[in-house]
Design a protein around this ligand. Structure first.
Ligand SMILES: [Zn+2]
Length: 119
């Protein structure tokens, strides 16, 4: 059985991280309403502008945000999955080999899905 102390601690960490990441994402993206956990970076709204240079800058910013959105979205999905596993009592089990994930690894990466051997 996974150490309860680690689980309790990681639950607190994961809940905080979930909030931080949702806040970061909502600064520049909108969550899909379909419940899939996907986020979409908001495309710049040009209707009121007409300044080409400014528009180019905004498109550049949009493009640069896409990989950030993807990375945050992935981390958020892993965090939500880990929290679900804590609820169901299956937290700390490697998704690949089904053995227990090393405590050290869980402390470093609370949302990890696999152990050190399978990473
Ligand atoms: Zn494994």
């Amino acid at each position: 059985m996974m150490n309860k102390e680690i689980i309790d601690k990681n639950k607190t960490i994961l809940e905080k991280e979930r909030e931080v990441i949702e806040n970061m994402l909502s600064d520049f993206a909108d969550e899909n309403k379909d419940g899939s956990g996907d986020w979409d970076t908001r495309y710049p709204d040009f209707r009121a502008k007409g300044n080409l240079e400014e528009e180019a800058d905004e498109v550049e910013e949009y493009t640069s945000l896409l990989p950030v959105e993807k990375a945050l979205e992935e981390k958020l999905a892993n965090i939500k999955e880990a929290l679900k596993k804590i609820e169901s009592g299956s937290y700390g089990k490697c998704e690949s080999c089904e053995k227990e994930i090393e405590a050290r690894r869980l402390k470093l990466i609370p949302e990890t899905r696999v152990c050190n051997r399978c990473k």
